[in-house]
Design a protein around this ligand. Structure first.
Ligand SMILES: *[C@@H]1O[C@H](CO)[C@@H](O)[C@H](O)[C@H]1NC(C)=O
Ligand SMILES: *[C@@H]1O[C@H](CO)[C@@H](O)[C@H](O)[C@H]1NC(C)=O
Ligand SMILES: *[C@@H]1O[C@H](CO)[C@@H](O)[C@H](O)[C@H]1NC(C)=O
Ligand SMILES: *[C@@H]1O[C@H](CO)[C@@H](O)[C@H](O)[C@H]1NC(C)=O
Ligand SMILES: *[C@@H]1O[C@H](CO)[C@@H](O)[C@H](O)[C@H]1NC(C)=O
Ligand SMILES: *[C@@H]1O[C@H](CO)[C@@H](O)[C@H](O)[C@H]1NC(C)=O
Ligand SMILES: [Ca+2]
Length: 646
């Protein structure tokens, strides 16, 4: 009997070993697709105008993150940040003129990590920002097994090749072309797709896993795209942005004057005044039409790439990531292009197709990604219950891709990590693939930032050189708010001066999803600033801003979901009333302080779960004092942090 049990246990043990060995060998290939300047104007993100059937089809078989934010709305900084999983303050790449390995630290990149784990890694198109930003080599040979491929026709991207209304050729923003008439009879993204398919074919029967990164150039300007895609967007069907005017309380430092657009021949002819414009309405409609057509053209390339992956039998063991480096304003707040901290500039699409996880194993083997010809079949009914609404960031991509492909995710970085080659400042989102989202996560916050040379729009406001940066706008996006502080910044020491506030923005997204009603100046800031200065150790800027936001909006939170699921409680109190109550309640607080600020609070504070800590405090206080007493819990939180040395 005992022997039988032992044999059985041994067999079980061996079986587990075999499974583990399989799991180790069963690494997934990675197809990492990045678009350039793509905001989530896609069918699968609820956009009813844009036609993106191939990306929607990918999304329907993926886990889709609906609220993902870039760390800086500019190509080079965002790509360096995403691919090293470090924030711009750690890469110290804020413009086009620095390479992180020289500028800040010898950080391991996402493809480099795969390469060092035995993958064959290759880059097609724009993955790293080319030029100085990636040492004129796209970070080869660190990141890639072979030199990066750049489509030869990109050479013509800024040449006089766009037929204007006068029938002559110009360097235009709007540049719908007859592809057969273009030099070489092709366009960059068409060439990149062909090269990527060629590589996939050459690897289809290899044993070594691959990491193929494909960076499309569209919808980045100029809108040099095949003209037939315009027919999907009749001009009479186009509308302006819902908020096409510069808002009243927008601080001038927040505004980006879209200088890259002004430089094009067709825009120059419009004689638009600097910095606020506006661009004539009929031309605004045409910009939107061309941007959407560029998205559809890029979507068709995604379709070609994925249907080839499928045809080669690789869709069953290749995970597919689709994202973008940042968004693009399409006339919102009277702004165009990227270069700002607004949602339209920082939000990006993000989805992960993981065979066997985001679609069940038994659905593999059939045709997973049939090509959808967008010109004849523009609509795809997007259905998916695997969407995630909670806020995530592009720094999360590295650990998540590593983990979902079967590698170990890098460890979290220390607060100061210039010497650490491999670590992440993001979160591994792998756990989100295991169960459905339970509700809103108030602790989840995305941080973006943008440098400025001055408090008012200048010709170099969109892309200031590092040496010219005087102000850094730090922006925090939670479920409910966007909160931005423009702070004094020294580019020689990389020091931010938290006492030097140039401007602030606070938007309540439930009432104001377009971020047009800045209520920052309505709020009393001095108490929270003073409280922050009492903290025994310096807090990182991100945590500082989270605490500040929490404090400022305590009276704005209509209701807060209680963590233990007992339901919701409502408290609506004006901040002023809370403050006066706090002053009166201070002695009472002291007598109760020790029981409220207990060991549980210590743990929550140590893990920066400030919102949860605040709710817990409220709950404990209610139990102690009954429902009639009100208290400014934020004050308590700070006092508690002081007690625990934060
Ligand atoms: C940077 O990292 C790479 C890859 O690990 C290594 O080969 C190289 O020697 C490092 N360079 C420096 C200056 O530490
Ligand atoms: C950048 O490229 C130059 C020229 O090829 C090379 O000498 C230098 O070592 C590279 N920098 C790093 C950090 O590898
Ligand atoms: C594109 O250009 C080619 C060569 O000039 C021409 O034969 C063709 O008709 C053009 N197509 C369209 C749709 O204008
Ligand atoms: C343009 O709008 C009309 C009216 O809403 C609609 O019927 C038509 O399908 C639209 N065209 C395209 C190409 O979306
Ligand atoms: C352009 O604007 C300037 C000043 O606003 C004006 O003097 C000039 O006549 C305008 N030119 C054209 C071609 O509209
Ligand atoms: C930070 O800004 C404050 C307010 O403008 C100023 O008084 C202080 O000197 C600045 N500190 C540094 C280190 O520049
Ligand atoms: Ca970009």
């Amino acid at each position: 009997m005992f022997l039988l049990v032992r044999v059985w246990l041994l067999l079980l043990f061996l079986h587990t070993l075999t499974l583990a060995a399989l799991a180790r060998r069963g690494r997934r290939n990675v197809l990492f697709i990045m678009a350039d300047d793509l905001r989530p104007s896609l069918g699968c993100y609820g956009d009813s105008v844009v036609k993106s059937p191939n990306i929607d089809q990918l999304a329907s078989k993926s886990q889709v993150f609906l609220n993902t934010y870039a760390q800086q709305a500019l190509c080079a900084p965002s790509r360096a940040s995403m691919l090293t999983s470090r924030r711009p303050d750690t890469t110290r790449v804020y413009d086009f003129n620095s390479y992180w390995r020289d500028q800040s630290g010898n950080y391991t990149t996402l493809p480099q990590y795969f390469k060092s784990s035995g993958y064959f890694t290759a880059s097609v198109g724009k993955i790293f920002h080319p030029g100085i930003s990636s040492n004129f080599s796209d970070d080869y040979p660190y990141s890639w097994s072979i030199p990066a491929y750049h489509p030869p026709s990109f050479h013509y991207e800024k040449k006089k090749l766009c037929k204007g209304d006068d029938g002559k050729l110009h360097v235009n923003l709007l540049c719908a072309v007859n592809v057969t008439e273009q030099p070489g009879g092709t366009l960059p993204d068409l060439e990149s797709t062909e090269e990527a398919v060629r590589l996939l074919k050459s690897w289809a029967n290899n044993d070594a896993p691959f990491f193929l990164a494909v960076g499309f150039h569209k919808p980045h300007i100029p809108f040099r795209i095949p003209q037939e895609y315009l027919s999907l967007y009749p001009i009479e069907n186009m509308t302006l942005a819902p908020d096409p005017n510069v808002p009243e309380f927008l601080p001038p430092v927040a505004y980006n004057p879209w200088t890259d657009i002004r430089g094009r021949d067709d825009v120059q002819k419009l004689n638009v005044s600097f910095p606020y414009g506006p661009i004539p309405k009929d031309f605004q409609l045409r910009i939107r039409q061309h941007y959407f057509a560029a998205v559809s053209y890029m979507d068709a390339q995604v379709g070609r790439l994925l249907s080839s992956l499928d045809a080669l039998g690789l869709a069953d063991d290749t995970m597919v990531v689709f994202t973008s480096d940042h968004g693009w304003s399409l006339g919102e707040h009277g702004e165009w292009a990227k270069f700002s901290n607004f949602n339209v500039a920082t939000q990006v699409p993000l989805m992960f197709y993981v065979p066997g996880i985001t679609i069940p194993r038994d659905q593999l083997g059939e045709s997973t990604f049939p090509f959808i010809d967008i010109l004849t079949q523009p609509k795809y009914r997007f259905k998916n219950d695997k969407v995630r609404r909670n806020v995530v960031e592009l720094v999360d991509v590295f650990p998540t891709v590593a983990s979902m492909a079967g590698l170990r995710a890098p460890e979290h970085c220390a607060d100061v990590s210039f010497q650490e080659e491999l670590c992440t400042e993001g979160d591994n989102l792998a756990h989100t693939f295991r169960r459905r989202e339970r509700g809103k996560d108030e602790e989840a916050i995305a941080y973006s930032q943008y440098p400025r040379p001055a408090d008012t729009p200048q010709v170099n406001s969109d892309v200031p050189d590092l040496k010219d940066v005087k102000v850094m706008g730090y922006s925090l996006r939670s479920w409910d708010y966007r909160y931005t502080l423009w702070l004094g910044y020294n580019p020689k020491t990389f020091q931010v001066n938290v006492s030097d506030v140039h401007a602030g923005e606070l938007y309540i997204l439930a009432d104001d999803p377009g971020e047009d009603k800045n209520i920052y100046s309505d709020l009393e800031q001095s108490v929270v600033i003073k409280k922050l200065s009492t903290l025994p150790r310096p807090v990182t800027l991100q945590r500082r801003m989270k605490l500040q936001l929490l404090y400022l909006t305590m009276d704005k939170q209509g209701h807060v979901q209680r963590e233990d699921g007992w339901g919701t409680w409502i408290h609506r109190v004006s901040l002023k009333r809370l403050l006066s109550l706090w002053l009166f309640a201070a002695p009472l607080v002291n007598s109760r302080f020790r029981s409220i600020c207990g060991p549980e609070m210590k743990t929550l504070i140590a893990s920066h779960r400030f919102v949860t800590a605040q709710i817990k405090m409220y709950t404990i206080f209610m139990q102690l004092e009954g429902k009639t007493k009100l208290l400014h819990i934020s004050e308590l939180l700070f006092d508690c942090m002081v007690t625990y040395g934060n």
